[in-house]
Design a protein around this ligand. Structure first.
Ligand code: BMA
Length: 329
């Protein structure tokens, strides 16, 4: 049995795997859980991040407006499935007005680390980079320095320091839709100055795993297990109709997370359902968060569907790591 190292979460949203289902992730039967109209101003609600909070759940949601501006909004839920999302975006405070200037914000991740919730997101600052902020209560948010130079996306913190250093995955990019992309990991003593950049993984150009041939990027906060960090990521192929986004998984070394122990050869979830294939950007499943229960090994992955709505898919550490070991590069 592969074991999750972390807290128990008896109220994790959950459904059992359908009888005879052959894939390692199975969708919630009530998907999508959040539609386009998740708040009053939204055109679409997707690529969003949730965490356990107080006696329920809280999250930071990407809501694109009906003028197609991109910003992030607080949401709250009792059960992790039904969400109330605020109508006004997160307002940041901080010491440096230069950093607080808003161009655009999207694809948030939320990470409970030490005593607070850190939010990282794709932050417009003369190109996309990684914005960083923290909150204790999902009311007041303090914005820190951007982690990296532009252009970068998919900044994903590890949920604890590794050898005394904050550790973050990211995916250097360009200013457009980026037809390339490798995952790197960086470390910081103070959440401000980031260095020790190490390469984690590249796309796979060969036909043996073509679904991840154009770019790869980290998704949810890595899940600590007794066998390594379980990293769920997105992999992209370029087709005659454009990009298709699927999900993969990898196990990273606990001490040196730039070392990949196992990596998906076969994808673990792909756009099959109508709400994943049809929307503002067709054929996208894009994971940004996962709830976990260390007692049962249950994992609930939250993912954006076709850049329009939000879904959940379930697995367990044992099921996913077992699949990974059978279907790895
Ligand atoms: C990426 C980001 C994501 C989006 C994806 C597919 O570059 O913009 O937010 O889900 O493209 O459109």
């Amino acid at each position: 049995m592969s074991k999750i190292i972390g807290r128990s979460l008896p109220n994790i949203p959950w459904e059992e795997k359908p009888e005879g289902y052959r894939m390692p992730l199975w969708r919630y039967s009530g998907n999508p859980i959040i539609g386009r109209d998740g708040n009053r101003v939204s055109n679409s609600v997707f690529n969003s991040a949730v965490v356990p909070f107080e006696d329920g759940f809280a999250g930071v949601f990407r809501c694109d407006s009906r003028s197609i501006s991109m910003d992030i909004f607080v949401g709250r839920s009792k059960d992790g499935i039904h969400w109330e999302i605020e109508d006004t975006p997160v307002q940041f405070t901080g010491t440096d007005g230069e950093i607080l200037k808003r161009e655009y914000r999207y694809d948030p991740r939320v990470c409970f680390l030490e005593d607070r919730y850190y939010v990282t997101w794709c932050n417009g600052y003369h190109g996309p980079t990684i914005g960083v902020a923290y909150t204790f209560d999902f009311k007041k948010f303090v914005q820190l320095e951007n982690a990296f130079l532009p252009c970068n996306r998919n900044g994903v913190l590890f949920p604890r320091k590794i050898h005394g250093l904050y550790t973050m995955l990211s995916r250097p990019s360009d200013n457009g839709h980026t037809p390339f992309g490798d995952i790197f990991v960086s470390q910081s003593p103070d959440m401000e100055f980031w260095g020790r950049h190490r390469h984690v993984m590249s796309p796979i150009k060969e036909d043996c795993s073509a679904w991840q041939g154009t770019k790869v990027g980290p998704g949810p906060i890595p899940i600590e297990t007794d066998e390594g960090w379980l990293m769920i990521y997105h992999g992209v192929i370029t087709t005659c109709n454009g990009f298709v986004y699927r999900m993969g998984a990898a196990l990273l070394d606990l001490e040196q997370p730039w070392k990949v122990l196992y990596r998906s050869k076969d994808y673990i979830l792909a756009p099959y359902e109508n709400y994943e294939c049809v929307g503002d950007v067709p054929n996208v499943v894009f994971p940004c968060a996962a709830l976990t229960d260390a007692d049962t090994g249950r994992i609930a992955v939250y993912y954006g569907c076709a850049d329009t709505v939000t879904g959940i898919a379930f697995t367990t550490a044992d099921e996913l790591i077992g699949y990974l070991k059978e279907h790895h590069i």
